[in-house]
Write a protein that binds this ligand. Structure first.
Ligand SMILES: [Zn+2]
Length: 84
């Protein structure tokens, strides 16, 4: 199964997948900068990374991709339940 949703911030990175069948693609999330297979390797590390990112003001890793109407609270709801 391909996973397009960032486990740290909930960003949908379609068509680039972060994970495929439990194998990380080592893709850096353009939103929070989390690298799949690295910061999101465990549920705890994904949570920790998210907390740090929020503390630093939810800055986009690639601001050029940030939508004008970006809404963090609605994006957060897309994070897989077990990673909340
Ligand atoms: Zn992310």
């Amino acid at each position: 199964m391909k996973e397009y949703i960032c486990k740290a911030c909930g960003f949908n990175n379609y068509p680039e997948e972060f994970w495929e069948d439990d194998n990380p693609m080592y893709i850096i999330c353009p939103c929070c900068g989390c690298e799949s297979g690295n910061e999101d390797y465990t549920i705890e590390s994904a949570k920790e990374y998210r907390m740090e990112w929020i503390k630093k003001g939810t800055k986009w890793f690639d601001p050029s991709l940030k939508p004008n109407d970006w809404d963090f609270s609605s994006q957060l709801k897309k994070i897989p339940e077990e990673y909340i």
